[in-house]
Design a protein around this ligand. Structure first.
Ligand code: F0G
Length: 481
């Protein structure tokens, strides 16, 4: 797709869609936002959308749906078994992901549950480029552990490396040699979420495949963000500069034995799935779908969503759809970087990722700098981001904290949801907060659930820093919201 150039020379991501259904937003006063933080335990997951202005928590289930998706939902063939809607979805999975056998599940983590249930045995190790919270929770639930095998460059915040999600090939081979028979599969995650939505290259995936073949180990691909990874391959890997998104996606999926995904991301709908061309693998997992999810022709997904998923899968192949979020993210990342705000570079997908370790260098990891920054940003702007740091980690078997490699605040940019002036507001408030960062203080847990604590955990500030920050806001912005 040719880049649209502006006469004034500025690099502005132009929206190639128009809004035809809109939702009113609420920008409540900072005093109300402070109350909301206390009510929600300083955890942005526990905020109410009536208090949130720009919801940048996630792109999961929040991408804008297209007119064609909505229209398709109206022609759903509601049936417990043998629905024609499911048959259309199966065909879309085969057309887009190149896999014949498809098991529907209600969302991505349900796929992780089934794969871990069937393949992970106590003591197993799963090598992966990097973990995702739910993938790790399921692998450990079945007694396994994981080995994260990224190159050092992946952890460099301000980098120009185009493929920070690449798997470290030498470390992978070394691990396999040390653990003969103990590796149920290798997991590769497209657009590696927790290190800032960073892609891997197709060459790297080929190299992983070669190792998988050499040692006869299955390769599992988490394709939740495969469209965006394919888009960055198109942009950054010279061999594929003339390929289409569809061709790149197929080249990626054909290298994997099993592909699973969250349709909440991949196809801007709900749902998920596992797909393969290997009938034996399909059979090994098949019986768990009716057990955990629902009958094999809906897997816990509403039939209307199945229709939306089908259309959404095909729309993933449209570069104007798939490039929208990454181009807004790039714009935001560059703008923040120019203002000196430490942010993961190069710009990845899913969202802009602020480096809380640097912004809140004065807050020790024991007091959760990323959680504190996410709360502070909400307070001064109504922007809801997500903590992706130590709060999102889980404790080890002895109950000790495991501090995250990176303390990030993710500001998700769901597809075709925000306008450029809203993105400029994010830039403005984040820049102000950065300049007043010394006012941000730490957090401590007051309620800590044993599993996936970041979702429902409750925290409180270690001092009256939120009040101090609010006072500074009032001083600088007067009676502005
Ligand atoms: N894999 C990846 C790479 C994901 O980003 C997610 C979800 C999942 C699996 C699980 O899918 O939510 O449908 O069960 N990521 C969301 C996020 C939650 O906000 O990044 P799910």
């Amino acid at each position: 797709m040719a880049e649209i150039k502006f006469y004034n020379g500025q690099k502005i991501p132009l929206e190639l869609h128009k809004a035809r259904i809109v939702q009113k937003l609420h920008l409540v006063p900072i005093e109300r936002r402070l109350e909301a933080l206390y009510e929600g335990g300083f955890n942005t997951f526990r905020l109410n959308t009536s208090d949130v202005f720009l919801d940048m928590l996630t792109d999961s289930g929040t991408n804008a749906m297209s007119d064609n998706q909505l229209a398709a939902m109206m022609q759903a063939d509601d049936a417990y078994a043998g629905s024609q809607s499911f048959i259309r979805l199966q065909k879309a999975v085969e057309d887009v992901l190149g896999k014949k056998y498809y098991l529907p599940v209600h969302q991505g983590r349900a796929a992780e549950n089934i794969i871990s249930n069937v393949y992970v045995k106590k003591g197993n190790i799963v090598p992966m480029n990097y973990h995702f919270t739910t993938a790790m929770a399921h692998i450990t639930q079945y007694g396994g552990s994981m080995a994260e095998l990224l190159y050092d460059e992946a952890y460099v915040v301000d980098s120009s490396h185009p493929f920070k999600g690449n798997m470290h090939i030498e470390k992978l081979e070394e691990l396999i040699q040390q653990q003969p028979g103990n590796i149920p599969f290798i997991r590769m995650e497209a657009s590696t979420n927790l290190i800032g939505g960073q892609p891997f290259s197709l060459q790297n995936l080929r190299d992983v495949r070669a190792i998988a073949d050499k040692y006869k180990i299955k390769l599992v691909l988490d394709a939740s963000l495969i469209g965006e990874n394919a888009y960055l391959i198109l942009k950054r890997e010279p061999e594929f500069k003339s390929s289409s998104i569809g061709e790149i996606i197929k080249k990626m999926t054909e290298l994997a034995d099993l592909v699973y995904f969250s349709a909440r991301k991949l196809s801007s709908s709900r749902g998920g799935g596992i797909c393969t061309n290997n009938h034996a693998l399909y059979k090994e997992m098949e019986t768990l779908v009716p057990l955990f999810e629902g009958f094999l022709t809906y897997g816990g997904i509403s039939i209307r969503e199945i229709e939306a998923m089908t259309v959404g899968l095909y729309e993933t192949l449209d570069e104007t759809v798939i490039s929208q979020s990454p181009s807004f993210i790039e714009y935001l990342v560059n703008a923040l970087h120019e203002k000196g705000v430490p942010v993961i570079r190069p710009a990845g997908v899913l969202g802009a990722h602020i480096d809380a370790m640097q912004v809140c260098a004065h807050i020790p990891q024991t007091q959760y700098p990323a959680g504190a920054l996410a709360a502070a940003l909400f307070l001064v702007s109504g922007i809801r981001g997500m903590e992706r740091g130590s709060i999102s980690n889980q404790r080890d078997e002895q109950g000790n904290e495991t501090y995250a490699d990176m303390e990030l605040v993710r500001l998700a940019v769901p597809r075709r949801v925000f306008t450029l002036s809203q993105i400029k507001y994010v830039e403005d408030r984040m820049t102000w907060l950065y300049q007043n960062r010394h006012l941000i203080g730490g957090l401590k847990f007051v309620y800590e659930p044993p599993v996936l604590r970041f979702f429902m955990g409750g925290l409180e500030p270690t001092s009256d820093w939120p009040q101090q920050l609010m006072a500074q806001f009032r001083k600088d912005f007067g009676d502005s919201l």
